[in-house]
Design a binder for this molecule. Structure first.
Ligand code: G3I
Length: 395
């Protein structure tokens, strides 16, 4: 039985359900939640935004600072200035996944992804490729055909290898890393592997197929296995078994992506430190790939079921509960960035979003106010930002 906090991570996305705070079992469509007032407890309590140091400078040369964004979000007047000041890395929130890139076998739509690459190149930012193989963005054409027919598995393998080869080739020299496989691990303790269509057809071999194809297409780009809830001991054990088996089978894996869709109460620093150290013990690098800190910490596990029930009531801006939630969030962000700074293996820290006016958590696990990022709905630094950059700041 997962603890409440751990179950919240189960919600991170793709999980079967969680108990508090973050994510959902499968939604994930972001939404922009405009808000007339700032999402900070009280802007008056915070330093002048004009005095905010640039995150990318503050943390250089420890690690890159990334934010997820899709190209149309660049039209939001709040987004571009925040990215240009604070980020030196971008991740496509959705446009570099097999949906939408994979139109059909050997037919691709790179239009939106290329817009993001162009913006990054014009502004000296790297781009993390996300993600080549993910059960939630796997167009049906990959699996077309009769599985009972001889040759079906070889046909699907050829489609997968061709897709990975062609997409990695298209972005060769333009991405700083690839999340080759995303969320391969089961949340169910009865199996180490998520029972995706990829797993049903190939078993664990699909990881080796995907990583080998990516390495063959680009010998230089770091190849990452991306996962959520790696900081929860039981899931981490399953994750490490999957990782070790893939490496033993010849998968050229360079590092691990820890999504870290977390909340103010979970995980603890020791939990995350253990995840980072387990990767270091294998001589691999760590990427923090999707960091956000949900304000909700007491959702029931059923909140991530379908339909969701037992979800914590939505917080209301301007109330003491909301102010307390922001303070807890600030302390959690401070603790996490302090931990990342202690580990030379951490090469990048990417927030899943730019500012609180656009976050997938506005709809996951239920539509409700959530302000999980460092910048408020007006893209002004929150308590969490000041807690991260100033050890003397009192949230
Ligand atoms: O762009 C199309 C639009 O043309 C179409 O009209 C519309 C209606 O279906 O869909 C739009 O695409 C949506 C896309 O976001 C861009 O907004 C997809 O439906 C929607 O599923 C997609 O959601 C993204 C989701 O991944 C799936 O790709 C979320 O924004 C994104 O935050 C979420 O991110 C995932 C990570 O990749 C993996 N870890 C969990 C995380 C949260 O679920």
């Amino acid at each position: 039985m997962l603890t409440a906090g751990a179950a919240s991570l189960l919600a991170a996305c793709g999980g079967a359900g969680g108990a508090s705070g973050t994510g959902n079992g499968g939604g994930g469509s972001s939404s922009s939640s405009s808000s007339t007032s700032s999402s900070s407890s009280s802007v008056a309590d915070l330093p002048d935004p004009a005095t905010a140091p640039a995150l990318k400078t503050h943390f250089a040369p420890k690690f890159k600072i990334g934010m997820s964004v899709d190209p149309w979000r660049l039209e939001d007047p709040l987004v571009k200035p925040t990215l240009l000041k604070h980020a030196n890395s971008l991740t496509a929130e959705s446009v570099m996944k097999a949906e939408p890139i994979g139109v059909s076998a050997a037919v691709y739509n790179f239009t939106e992804a290329d817009k993001l690459i162009a913006f990054a190149q014009a502004n000296g930012m790297e781009v993390r490729g996300h993600a080549l193989v993910w059960h939630r963005a796997a167009p049906s054409w990959f699996f077309a055909g009769d599985p009972s027919q001889p040759g079906y598995k070889a046909t699907v393998q050829a489609r997968l290898e061709t897709y990975v080869t062609d997409v990695v080739t298209h972005f060769k020299g333009k991405v700083s890393a690839w999340d080759v496989v995303n969320e391969a691990v089961s949340d169910d303790p009865s199996s180490n592997y998520r029972n995706s269509q990829w797993y049903q057809i190939f078993g664990p071999e699909y990881l080796v197929i995907a990583f080998k194809a990516a390495r063959a297409a680009d010998p230089a780009v770091p190849l990452i296995l991306n996962e959520y809830m790696t900081e929860q001991p039981e899931k981490r054990a399953r994750f490490l078994a999957v990782l070790d088996a893939a490496i033993a089978a010849g998968a050229p894996i360079d590092g691990v992506g820890h999504q870290l869709h977390i909340n103010s109460n979970w995980p603890s620093v020791p939990d995350v430190r253990a995840a980072l150290q387990a990767v270091e013990a294998r001589g691999l690098v760590n990427h923090i790939t999707e960091l956000d800190v949900s304000l909700y910490t007491t959702d029931a596990a059923t909140c991530y079921g379908s339909p969701p029930t037992g979800c914590q009531a939505a917080l209301v801006q301007g109330t003491p509960a909301y102010a307390n939630a922001l303070k807890s969030q600030a302390l959690q962000y401070r603790a996490m960035f302090s931990l990342f700074s202690e580990h030379a293996s951490v090469k990048s820290v990417t927030m899943w979003g730019v500012a609180d006016n656009h976050t997938w958590l506005s709809n996951d696990p239920v539509p409700r106010l959530n302000h999980p990022l460092l910048f408020d709905t007006d893209a002004k630094p929150k308590s969490a930002f000041w807690a991260v950059v100033d050890p003397a700041f009192v949230p």
